[in-house]
Design a protein around this ligand. Structure first.
Ligand code: NAD
Length: 214
């Protein structure tokens, strides 16, 4: 496939296409028109055509899209055709919830370790993965090929711990701590703020109430 610069907005929509196409595949659907996909996803058909044309037009006029091909190609763009090993730093409420969510494995994200500073968590196992102490982190990273670290620790510790991770060779951080990490350019950071999503929900509730005179 031809390499092109794809806008961040389009990239941001790809996981959703990937999810829907995966469901269609599971349901045995081989082809889908942009109109049908549009109805399913509540996105305009022209948006779908525009987005998917970025990748050299997977669709054929009159035939619709080949679901498996599109799913595979979007998966490749999202890097899901490779396995990713990850660790979680901070085995508290959120860290344990992430560790318990087995579905990440289906997309090729393999949880290899959980780390914390709380000695009471040492030896606790989540889905067979023991919580290790931070003192063991450097040695663990030396002997295991880990690409991603999820940071689910208090904000006050995030910068210090991110620096340790980077010094130990981690190249990607999935940051849940509510703080910006100022890391070298070759370290990829994706920050997640569930509260942003909740605020969007709140905005939509207010808008709905206004429109309906409530
Ligand atoms: N981004 C989001 O959407 C979102 C949602 C919920 C929570 N959070 C954030 O995630 C973090 C964790 O939340 P939680 O509810 O799981 O808290 P928690 O207190 O249950 O867990 C935090 C864990 O981090 C450990 N820890 C503290 N310092 C550490 C260090 N230096 N190295 C390793 N582990 C360390 C603690 O011992 C504890 O087990 C907080 O910063 C919280 O604000 C973010």
């Amino acid at each position: 496939m031809e390499e092109r610069e794809i806008s961040r907005a389009v990239i941001g929509r790809l996981p959703r296409y990937y999810r829907y196409l995966g469901e269609l595949l599971d349901a045995g659907v081989e082809r889908i028109s942009s109109n049908d996909l549009s109805k399913k996803m509540s996105v305009t058909a022209s948006q779908i055509r525009q987005d998917l044309n970025n990748f050299g037009g997977f669709g054929q006029q009159g035939y619709g899209y080949n679901v498996k091909y599109l799913y595979t190609e979007i998966g490749k763009i999202l890097g899901l055709n490779r396995e990713h090993n990850m660790i979680i730093i901070g085995a508290g409420n959120l860290g344990q919830a992430l560790a318990n969510y087995a579905s990440f494995e289906k997309s090729g994200f393999h949880l290899k370790g959980l780390f914390d500073v709380n000695p009471r968590l040492e030896g606790v196992s989540i889905r067979g993965i023991p919580v290790r102490m931070m003192d063991d982190l450097k040695t663990f990273l030396k002997h295991n090929d880990i690409e991603i670290a999820a940071l689910t620790i208090p904000k006050s510790k995030a910068i210090e711990v991110a620096d340790i991770l980077v010094a130990s060779g981690i190249k990607a951080i999935w940051n849940f701590a509510h703080t910006d990490l100022n890391l070298p350019e070759d370290v990829i950071v994706e920050s997640v703020h569930l509260s942003d999503s909740l605020m969007k929900l709140s905005y939509n509730i207010s808008r709905y109430n206004e429109e309906h005179g409530k």
